[in-house]
Unconditional design. Sequence first.
Length: 255
Amino acid sequence: MTIPSISLKGRNAIVTGGGDIGGAIARGLASCGAKVEVWDSSQNVRDSFHSDDIETRNVDITSMPNVNESMNLSWESHSQIDILVNSAAVAIFGPVATISSDDWTRTIDVNLTGVFLTCQAFVKCCLRSGIAGNIVNISSVGGLRGEADFSNYCASKFGVIGFGQSLAREVGEFGIRVNTVCPGAVESRMNTETMARDTRRTGESIEDVEKRILAKTALRRLVKPKDIADAVIFLSSDLASCITAETLSVTGGVF
């Protein structure tokens, strides 16, 4: 049997967060023919995209009015949006005994409430227009098990998985699919900051922290942003037309 190549030609996508992972996802979707709009509040991030197939929009995903207005504008600009990928996230770490309520709230607001707001706005447009849209939310291996000093981050990422499963069961009858991707340790700025946090906690070097991670990874390598993009492309394609409410781990085999 020949596996067909993936084409997203004629489809429009929104990707929230244009950092290492979100940028790779946006460029990957565009390489498969999709027209992509990246939502990010950082001017520097938005300026990093130079492609006719990728537009950018300044959006605060923690603001319901901003999200709703932006979704409506994007929908009007492109006639419809077929794919929503939520990859925007922050990583603020610390033990429960000392983490501030502001840091807790900021993490939940961006990582979980932002997912809710964008999905809600997207689903409303899909139902109004009769579009069988496709949502892929980016969680984390930290959404599958808790880690010390990661309580707020893990709580937000556990929430993304549960929210996605619930939403998938709400909207499946309308042909809307919702899936979640859980990256492991990714070659990214956020992961470098995470390893730096570990060095302060354990006294190890960053190199030693990475070796410890790789020793618990079957493939003995970090995840590349492109690995996450490939998973999102698959879940956004017709090859995954009967896949919804699922959680796909892309970790290199973390154990």
